[in-house]
Write a protein that binds this ligand. Sequence first.
Ligand code: HSE
Length: 369
Amino acid sequence: MKIGLLGFGVVGRGVYEIVNARADMHIAKVLCLEDISLPDAEAVQDFKQILEDDSIDTVVEAMGGLHPAYEFVSAALDAGKNVVTSNKALVCTFYDQLLPLALEKGVLLRATAAVGGGIGWLSELERSRRVQAIREVGGIMNGTCNYILDNMTRLGLGYGEALKQAQSLGYAEANPSTDVDGIDTWHKVILSSNVAFGVSLEKDTVPVAGIANITAADVESFTVHGLVCKLISTGKRTEDGYSAYVQPTLVSAGSLEAAVPLNYNLITFLGESSEKMSFYGQGAGRYPTAYNVVQDLVDVLSGKGFYAPYGGKAAAKNDQAMAYYVRGGWDGAAAEDWGSGVVTEPVPVDAMHRWLKAHPQAFAAGIRE
Ligand code: HSE
């Protein structure tokens, strides 16, 4: 296998190191805008030098972002090259373009590191759906949010202080919105649901609420009531279709999710035969992410492409109701007053997310039964 590597940042360097220790694959060219020199590969600054090199059969995209990653990846697929990427935003946003293109061209596309970093989540979903229908996927898919919420819960930190720590450790981006507004988790649950259920979810039917408005007083109330707040994603088959959403969720202090520390991820599927199976590990970082990129390269060597067939478009409908903790202007029915906020009577998920959009200063967390 001869590889063209796009990007030489955190993930790209990790991939380079792991691949260089193997005999079955070789990184021939590295696209990097900086002037670098590498002992075993040619550094290039123009993607065409990879695209037009017929000896390169596989492209690894480790640049991140949507553009020009999309243009490069689609050009590579179009040119008959296999692609491995860790870019969840790319695969989620352009699912309906990239999958059909790979199928049409008869090339392989894999993105295991895109969800759960070093956890073999999408590859296990692929194995799982060979023998059973999957009913539900989801869990803690963003290490930055988990780090912030865990430090607020265990150390009593305020949101701003916990966020600053996450930034200083390099978990959160300088502009942390993708993490704390739940967008990263949203990409990951849409991708997971697409693979699990063999569909292409309509993205604008999957609501997302993040953690940016949570306060130390909220967390104190949760602790008093034996609850822990986590940013949880959900994707489900329902009687009449699919449900998918991302929201802060209050789980019992004794639950598996409550025990997930620091920036770890815990992702779970519920299968008809296997029942609940959970996967725990590092959802980000150079070597965990590069590890799964290289796993994908090994799978490409054995002819494995995408995890699931490309299914038809499907809308998520989130009409199931649950009680929410809400702070900030709730004028609906309340069952309890916790001082810092109220607990609502059951509210349909879609309705609560519409209310949150109209009340951008409010904070809400679904209460898991
Ligand atoms: N920013 C992400 C996280 C990185 O914190 O989990 C992996 O997608």
